[in-house]
Design a protein around this ligand. Structure first.
Ligand code: GLY
Ligand code: MN
Ligand code: MN
Length: 441
């Protein structure tokens, strides 16, 4: 998918209106948005991979923006300040030409000249907010308030609603991720190691590790029971039983976040369990429409998982009883999903409104990152799981509601997670992930 310039310009127009409203509401004349810059490891001259301030990425969707700054003032064209030093140690990609038609653009050779010009421009405003990190900005730049909470909350709340341009980017990030997923699955069925699968994913998705939205989760067998398993065994296991892959793509600063789980034998009890969960995940997605509180979806899935565990003979008690006593949370200990965009876990999931009122999740669902009501143009994940995690099972080993022999059957498989990204439409949802998988099958 190519970068659609007219769509981008419309996106910036929408964003500009959103920010102008937020600035006026909170009585600021201007905002500067800093991309940020890398902070080296402690006592070191090496840096972790750079991720731009996500508020900046909405303005300038690129990762080649270290030290760049956007200046937004209600009555003016947005301005972008880029740093392109004379530096023969590093490569600086050309400034994208799509910026010209949207921003007043200035390019500087060093941070001193950039900030001197910024300081000069900011003198015309009496109240300026900084949105982003302040590292690298000299103290004399005229900023009234850094990351004022009320203003940031309004911007955070609005970020949940994606423009057509942003949806295009998430779809493009899905296109590359799905190609990685298909190559990874093939490597699993060819009995590769976690490392082999990881490398196959990178190659097929066309991403270096530094470009990934988040560290690939590539888990074989019991490892699938560690929710964010982050090692890559170099040796294949003696037997391939199960494979959980949670891996995404990042395009122009926007992310996809996709999980699939496979059974090595395509007709064993574990593959039936995968199919049962997948069916419930799809059915749940079909029920989503504007107006439904997301925590209600999470609760419904907890009940559905109780039913699956009862159907598979793991729960001896009824699904209702398991749900009521929170037994299902031992098998699904994370939230059903989260907002997705310039961050894998887009912030603002607890914000009820632009004013910044929040809704915490129910105490029994502490890991749920999204408590808002479903609304049109939100993009979020639906990622139920069923896991067999010794650390969570051991404390309830005396429970008579569980058939422990059945648990023993499934422990060697680790667990299942199935994760799709969905866009909310005016009366339902569009599954962003599934049609792209189908287009490559
Ligand atoms: N990849 C992390 C998550 O699914 O939330
Ligand atoms: Mn994920
Ligand atoms: Mn996710």
């Amino acid at each position: 998918m190519n970068f659609d310039q007219p769509e981008y310009q419309k996106h910036v127009t929408t964003l500009f209106a959103e920010w102008r409203n937020a600035l006026e509401t909170h009585q600021f004349d201007a905002a500067i948005v800093t991309a940020g810059n890398g902070i080296p490891y402690y006592d070191d001259d090496q840096y972790p991979n750079f991720h731009a301030n996500p508020y900046f990425t909405r303005w300038i969707p690129s990762d080649d923006v270290e030290n760049a700054i956007v200046l937004v003032a209600p009555e003016e064209r947005p301005q972008a300040f880029f740093l392109r030093p004379k530096d023969y140690w590093h490569h600086y990609p050309p400034i994208p030409n799509w910026l010209d038609s949207t921003f007043d653009l200035d390019v500087f050779e060093n941070i001193e000249s950039l900030t001197a010009e910024l300081e000069r421009r900011l003198h015309q405003y009496s109240r300026t907010a900084l949105i982003g990190p302040d590292a690298g900005l000299p103290g004399n730049v005229n900023i009234t308030e850094k990351n004022p909470e009320r203003l940031v909350n309004q911007l955070r709340y609005r970020r949940a609603f994606k423009t057509p341009f942003e949806i295009d980017q998430i779809e493009a990030a899905t296109q590359i991720a799905v190609q990685g997923h298909i190559a990874a699955r093939k490597m699993f069925y060819e009995h590769g190691s976690e490392f082999d699968i990881h490398m196959a994913y990178l190659k097929a998705s066309g991403q270096t590790e530094a470009q990934l939205p988040y560290q690939n989760i590539i888990a074989l067998n019991e490892h699938a029971g560690t929710l964010h398993y982050q090692s890559y065994d170099q040796r294949p296991p003696e037997q391939h039983r199960s494979f959980l892959i949670d891996a995404g793509g990042r395009v122009n600063g926007f992310n996809s976040d996709i999980t699939r789980t496979y059974s090595a034998k395509r007709d064993d009890g574990f593959s039936d369990l995968i199919s049962a969960l997948e069916q419930k995940q799809q059915e749940l997605i079909d029920t989503i429409k504007p107006g439904i509180p997301y925590p209600q979806l999470h609760e419904t899935m907890q009940l559905e998982i109780s039913q699956i565990l009862n159907d598979f003979g793991i729960f001896k008690c009824s699904a209702e009883a398991a749900f009521k006593t929170d037994l299902s949370t031992v098998f699904l200990p994370h939230g059903l999903g989260h907002l997705l965009g310039t961050q894998t876990h887009d912030v603002g999931g607890y914000l009820l409104n632009e004013k910044g009122d929040t809704q915490a999740p129910d105490t029994k669902y502490q890991s749920l990152r999204f408590t808002r009501t479903v609304e049109q143009n939100q993009v979020f994940t639906i990622e139920p799981g069923i896991y067999f995690i010794p650390m969570l099972l051991d404390p309830i080993r005396d429970s008579k509601d569980i058939d422990w022999n059945r648990v023993e059957d499934f422990l060697p498989y680790g667990g299942i997670r199935i994760e799709d990204n969905v866009l909310v439409t005016n009366k339902g949802t569009k599954n962003i992930t599934r049609p792209i998988f189908q287009s490559f099958e």
